[in-house]
Design a protein around this ligand. Structure first.
Ligand code: ACO
Length: 371
């Protein structure tokens, strides 16, 4: 048996949801640059689930379906108030709350197409409510229900802050959501597919995926990028900080990628957003510091920024708490997880690879008193 550490280069499934070919990312054949510039997040979700762009009427129906699925069961919100609010990370809270959603959905274990589509709508619509409610609960504030006449992006900020956001912030969140929606067979998506390939339910698949996204080598990197920027504090200190870290073989969060070796096509959009937003807030040091780090890591290690690097300064500029960066990633990526779960169900086979055994052979049983 031959093994490939981390399954690098292994093609584990076929998929029509998104592709990375020669460094170009597409969602169902549509280039990420066009989608980032022109699409609403709702259109992208529709595309990922239905494999076509919606017309006006289809989009309007879809928006209504999402809006009517957004209410999180009161029991789940009440339970959140009992979490150890001061200590718990919002990703752990999100993972727990999404798992709890299944307990209040009578169709949680129904696997027919209609039931799965209803669950898809609920999960997509309720994740932002959970993330924003958790943020408000821990500040001693009441959760806010979404407004039906606001876009998905605007609603996220509205439910978080209690104020209807300005157009610049809404557009920035929309673009970030579009850029994070799907990414071929990334670690959390693979996790979701492995989970539901046992014919487990969609809530289990999404809960498992949240667990995978939480890790710092995956979605958890964006929060750590901001922690690093905050620790460095000023542009002049960036060079010595990064060179020292590289010398000590410390990984610089937000750099490198398993698939992209010539750069992550999403990063340039986030870099430009970071430039514009930090200009608006007047805190240009976050962008300047990021650009400096980008130059140093590229020169020293030949590693390029991934989606998580510039998203940190983007989210910070939008006033989002740093530990909500990864939950916000989940609010977007759940659309991709669901698309892959639906695709997995359509043509399922249990995912069960093998391991090359490296432990000892022929051990003789040793009675307890002789160990
Ligand atoms: N900083 C410093 N060195 C790095 C970095 C980094 N960010 N990334 C990779 N390297 C080095 C490794 O140390 C290794 O060097 P070596 O051969 O001398 O040991 C070499 O580059 C190869 O790195 P691997 O970790 O083997 O690459 P892999 O494909 O397994 O990992 C990963 C990809 C996890 C993204 C990695 O680059 C990393 O840890 N980056 C930092 C975390 C991060 O930003 N994660 C978000 C990824 S995007 C996403 O999931 C949304």
């Amino acid at each position: 048996m031959s093994t490939t550490k981390g399954l690098e280069g292994v093609v584990a499934t076929t998929s029509g949801v998104s592709s990375i070919i020669d460094g170009v990312l597409t969602y169902h054949g549509y280039g990420i640059d066009d989608l980032a510039d022109y699409a609403s997040f709702e259109e992208v979700v529709y595309l990922l689930w239905n494999h076509k762009l919606p017309n006006k009427e289809e989009l309007s129906t879809f928006n209504k379906q999402l809006a009517s699925a957004a209410k999180v069961p009161d029991e789940v919100l009440d339970q959140m108030k009992m979490y150890p609010i001061d200590k718990v990370h919002p990703m752990a809270a999100l993972r727990t709350a999404v798992s709890a959603l299944a307990l209040y959905d009578e169709d949680a274990d129904e696997q027919d197409e209609t039931a799965n589509y209803q669950k898809a709508l609920k999960l997509q619509a309720q994740l932002p409510t959970i993330v924003t409610s958790f943020s408000r609960i821990r500040q001693g504030k009441d959760p806010i229900a979404p407004k039906e006449d606001l876009s998905f992006a605007a609603n996220f900020l509205y439910m978080l802050n209690g104020e209807i956001p300005d157009e610049v912030s809404e557009k920035a969140i929309n673009k970030a959501l579009v850029l994070h929606a799907d990414h071929e067979l990334n670690a959390s998506t693979f996790t979701a597919r492995v989970c539901v390939a046992t014919l487990s339910d969609m809530y289990s698949g999404v809960t498992a995926a949240i667990g995978a996204l939480k890790g710092p080598l995956h979605g958890g990197a964006n929060e750590r990028v901001m922690a690093m920027l905050s620790e460095i504090g000023q542009v002049e200190k960036a060079e010595s900080y990064i060179k020292d870290a590289l010398e000590r073989k410390v990984k610089i969060m937000g750099f490198g990628h398993r698939v992209y070796k010539d750069g992550d096509p999403r990063a340039k959009h986030l870099r430009e957003m970071s430039r514009q937003l930090t200009n608006i807030t007047g805190e240009t040091k976050w962008y300047d510091m990021s650009v400096k780090i980008d130059e140093i890591v590229t020169n020293e290690k030949g590693l390029l920024p991934n989606v998580d690097f510039y998203s940190a300064s983007v989210y910070h500029s939008l006033g989002i708490e740093h530990d909500l960066f990864t939950p916000l990633f989940a609010v977007s990526r759940v659309s991709g997880w669901i698309a892959h779960i639906l695709e997995q169900f359509e043509n399922n086979r249990l995912i069960r690879p093998r391991a090359e055994y490296t432990g000892p052979d022929h051990q003789n049983w040793v009675p307890m008193e002789k160990r």
